[in-house]
Unconditional design. Structure first.
Length: 589
């Protein structure tokens, strides 16, 4: 048997040499280089060298050489032909599929659905034009694996525009599915409106209106966002740029009642949207529609003047309920936030001083010797520009004539406004048996969730602005795609909260807050993250944007070894592995 084995070894090794491992009782085994040969018809072997002191990798290499392999340098023959960003694509597309967004868009797979999903995923990954996206999805010019993962490689820009048109035609159906998933009878609806500026002048929706972007003279569109009580986006609608915020409410009520079949809901909107007129004309007459909003400053002042709101009650507490003859069918919850009072006083004083500095320049111009500013009209124009800039005209007494100009503060009016600093009153039609006073205040404050949604939509992540489309339906499709992308972002933030500069312990945050009126407080976990910039696991803390950038470094590589080519995904870092774990998305292809 041994003779046969040695003969086989001799025949296997081309030069008759082989590595032999000889046991050595109490010492490590001896590793010998030996040669097999025949003598007188017998197979014998002789030792050529003792290799016991060589490192294991050298011995393994020698074994392979003796076995007939040709060893080559990996740097010479193993090459990476191309690397594509992969990790962020897997995270976003995996989240889309886990959320069932593809089936929400359409129950059956089609080329249009795949392209629509690509539009949503690309908006999360990197906002770009349709032409740039077409290039990014092309197999030759791609920088990521998005086209490959979604099966839309080679799609043209005109096909992406067609996918936008196809998607917006199903907006009503898709939003209905989202409403069925996230809303129910008696639910709270968070609704708010913003505007975004428009590039160009040919779209019927573009118009001048109340500008919120600081882009004077730019046309704009108005966007209404409807969210569930937890801030999850459900629907979006685009209005002409000159549409007033309150006038958008009617179409939203129709959508909720007629399309979604929800008869009992509580509308939560700010004081500029749920006005007295909207409440009296559109909410109060309809059974099942309740509301939570806040009183405007004049109404708040009227309550104080009538004695129905006694400010002295805030000496003992920061929240209490009251009744008013002006609001017979509603509950009023009065609140006072001392920190908000300090901030408003500081801001008012800053604006007053800035206004005085500019007005003093005008006053000096009317008294100088050379090129003196004269004329009531000219002086009035300059004063008007200053007052329009700082918006505190009500706090000044002005005297303008042809030869001069003077001003002074209206101290009485300033004191009257200052006494209401930090005071606000929430009004609601919801009964006390259904919702306590603190819950009413907390529900109104949840409107900040919609404001955060606008922040993501307009600048931070999704960049809905500026709008460059010319066709009305394309503008609506653009806003709808951004809303669906925000839906994905919202859920990703919830899942990835332990890795983000975001509250990941809502219960702890609520416990740290002394009162619902007081400013929101971070939990101990969130404070540690903010202070150390590290998670409890020692991982770096990110924003969602920078975390996606980090995931993008996980690449999919086209490898070549000799004539063979294959794909290889890089190994994820500890941070990347944790992110995929939190998303419950597999990183392997």
């Amino acid at each position: 048997m041994i003779r046969g084995l040695l003969y086989g070894v001799y025949r296997y090794y081309h030069v008759g040499m082989f590595i032999d491992i000889v046991p050595n009782r109490s010492s490590p085994p001896a590793i010998l280089l030996r040669e097999g040969y025949r003598e007188g018809g017998k197979v014998k072997k002789r030792t050529l060298a003792n290799l016991s002191k060589l490192p294991p990798e050298a011995i393994e290499a020698l074994k392979r050489v003796l076995a007939g392999e040709t060893l080559v340098s990996a740097q010479e023959h193993l090459t990476i032909e191309r690397s594509l960003s992969h990790g962020a694509v897997v995270a976003v597309v995996g989240t889309i599929r886990k959320l069932g967004l593809e089936s929400l868009i359409h129950s059956r797979r089609s080329a249009e659905r795949d392209r629509a999903v690509a539009l949503v995923a690309a908006r999360v990954l990197r906002s770009t034009s349709r032409l740039a996206l077409a290039r990014a999805l092309d197999a030759e010019t791609a920088t990521s694996t998005l086209g490959e993962v979604l099966g839309v490689e080679g799609v043209r820009s005109d096909q992406l525009y067609a996918a936008m048109d196809w998607l917006v035609r199903g907006q009503e159906r898709i939003e209905g599915k989202l409403a069925k998933r996230h809303l129910k009878e008696g639910t709270l609806l968070l609704y708010d409106v913003t505007s975004t500026y428009f590039e160009g002048r040919s779209c019927p929706l573009a118009a001048l209106g109340h500008n919120r972007d600081g882009k004077k003279g730019k046309l704009q569109i108005v966007v209404g966002l409807l969210c569930a009580a937890d801030g999850c986006p459900v629907a979006v609608e685009v209005y002409p740029g000159n549409t007033g915020d309150p006038t958008t409410l009617a179409s939203q009520i129709f959508k909720v009642r007629e399309r979604w079949g929800l008869n009992r809901v509580v509308w939560v909107g700010d004081r500029g949207l749920l006005t007295d007129a909207r409440i009296d004309e559109e909410l109060r007459p309809v059974e099942g529609l309740e509301w939570i909003t806040a009183l405007r400053a004049p109404a708040l002042g009227a309550l104080v003047e009538s004695g129905e709101l006694q400010l002295s009650l805030f000496d003992e507490r920061d929240l209490f309920e009251l009744r008013s003859a002006a609001y017979p069918q509603e509950r009023l919850v009065a609140c006072r936030n001392p920190l908000l009072a300090e901030e408003r006083a500081r801001k008012r004083e800053s604006l007053l001083r800035a206004t005085e500095a500019e007005l003093e320049k005008i006053a000096l111009a009317t008294r100088r010797a050379k090129r003196r500013l004269v004329g009531r009209d000219k002086i009035g124009l300059r004063v008007g520009r200053v007052l329009g800039k700082y918006k505190v005209a009500k706090h000044f007494v002005l005297e303008i004539d042809d030869d001069g100009f003077s001003y002074h503060r209206n101290e009485e009016r300033i004191r009257g406004e200052a006494r209401l600093d930090g005071v606000y009153v929430i009004r609601t039609s919801v009964g006390a048996d259904a919702m306590g006073a603190e819950t009413v205040v907390r529900s109104y404050k949840n409107l900040s969730q919609v404001e955060w949604g606008f922040r993501d939509l307009k600048s931070v992540q999704l960049e809905v602005r500026p709008v460059r489309h010319r066709l009305e339906e394309r503008v609506r499709a653009h806003a709808f795609i951004c809303m669906l992308a925000y839906y994905v972002v919202w859920h990703m933030r919830q899942a990835l909260a332990p890795l983000l500069f975001q509250e990941d312990d809502p219960v702890g945050a609520q416990a740290a807050r002394p009162s619902v009126v007081a400013p929101a407080q971070r939990s101990a976990s969130a404070r540690r993250k903010a202070s150390t910039k590290r998670t409890d696991e020692g991982l770096p803390v990110h924003s969602l944007e920078t975390l996606l950038d980090d995931l993008a470094t996980l690449t999919k590589n086209r490898m070549r070894f000799g004539r063979a080519t294959f794909d290889q995904v890089a190994q994820p870092t500890r941070l990347q592995h944790r992110a995929f774990e939190l998303l419950n998305v597999p990183w392997r292809p």
